[in-house]
Ligand binder design. Structure first.
Ligand code: NAP
Length: 320
């Protein structure tokens, strides 16, 4: 049993989790890093990162590999396992159930499990997933050489991924439900200058239409007048946000209406000893830089929690 007991367990090895593991390891805490797949999280689905200080441009997988090597160099143990539940026990340990292995136990848990792409929930989406419907440009873009593609969404991800897809596609049409983009101005300006990108604003995709094998068109509705039309495409990439992986805790932790955990300034959730960092946490933006900042704070606070016992909630800006 003792070999499955850790001072700190980190659930999810994206940038937040890798950073938390690095700091927990540096603090000489026995640290477990649980990840169902390869370490790197969303970095593995991102081609180029241009907004991580110190790297003018680096590929997502390269940054993931560097972060993993660095995190593990301070002693955190990476275990490949899918976590199914986390339960705080009366004795101060948290029981972490995983698939196909005995449970692990930890004094403090840092939740960094990221999220899943949000689905549109329209006819044809599920039916043609992998046959013209995709949620990952880096993974699937190369299958669409010379095709006219659609990207659905108006946030940072939609515009970045649409630009990435222009290297394969003959043309990429970004379809957004409003007249204004949610994405950063820099990305919007860059997208507008890309000759292979065009934009269909105020338009909603109502159905993804295919023949027996693959997507052939989108059924669109123009928002101002409700006019419907068919829009022929070779494939559709959907980037309409994502849903946080916050279903692992078996007890209630406070969250916002979208399901993101609410934390104090120490990244502690409303459950003592359970911390949250990165994309599972309610915050203004979800960047690699904010994820690593969250991971740092969470690991330092979790270390304090393990060493000193239950910590008082810390309000942002409070002086202790
Ligand atoms: P996001 O910022 O939440 O944007 C989602 C977009 O999808 C919005 O434009 C939204 O429209 C649209 N949308 C949502 N549900 C829809 C539906 N059912 N039908 C049609 N459109 C729908 O999500 P994201 O772009 O995935 O970004 C997530 C986070 O990652 C953000 O914090 C972002 O800043 C960050 N990120 C950053 C970068 C970068 O900095 N380089 C790159 C990627 C992601 P409305 O605008 O009308 O709500």
């Amino acid at each position: 049993m003792a070999d499955r007991q850790y001072e700190i367990a980190v659930v999810g090895a994206g940038p937040a989790g890798l950073t938390a593991a690095l700091y927990a390891g540096r603090a000489m805490k026995r640290t477990l890093l649980l990840e169902a797949g390869l370490p790197g999280g969303e970095l593995l689905n991102t081609e180029a990162i241009e907004d991580y200080p110190g790297f003018a441009s680096i590929t997502g997988p390269e940054l993931a590999s560097k972060m993993t090597e660095h995190a593990l160099s301070f002693g955190a143990e990476l275990v490949t396992a899918r976590v199914v539940s986390i339960t705080p026990q009366d004795d101060g340990w948290h029981r972490i159930e995983v698939e196909e292995q005995d449970p692990f136990f930890a004094r403090a848990v840092i939740l960094t499990a990221g999220g899943q792409p949000r689905k549109l929930g329209i006819p044809g989406e599920q039916e043609f997933a992998g046959r013209g419907v995709s949620y990952c440009a880096v993974c699937d873009g190369a299958f669409f050489r010379g095709e006219h593609l659609a990207v659905v969404g108006g946030g940072d991800a939609a515009l970045e991924e649409a630009a990435f897809l222009t290297r394969y596609a003959s043309k990429v049409t970004v379809i957004h439900r409003r007249g204004d983009f949610r994405a950063q101005t820099l990305l919007v300006e860059r997208a507008r200058q890309n000759p292979k990108l065009e934009f269909l604003m105020d338009s909603v995709v109502e159905e993804i239409v295919g023949d027996q094998n693959r997507v052939v068109s989108l059924r669109l509705r123009r928002v101002p007048d409700g006019m419907q039309s068919d829009f022929p495409v070779g494939g559709v990439f959907i980037f309409v946000g994502f849903i946080p992986n916050t279903g692992l805790l078996t007890v209630h932790a406070d969250h916002d209406p979208q399901g993101y955990y609410l934390t104090d300034a120490n990244m502690q959730t409303s459950v003592p000893g359970i911390f949250a960092a990165g994309d599972v946490r309610a915050q203004l933006t979800r960047q690699v830089t904010t994820a690593v900042g969250d991971g740092t704070t969470a690991a330092i606070a979790a270390t304090k929690y393990v060493e000193e016992g239950a910590a008082e909630p810390q309000l942002a800006g409070a002086i202790s």
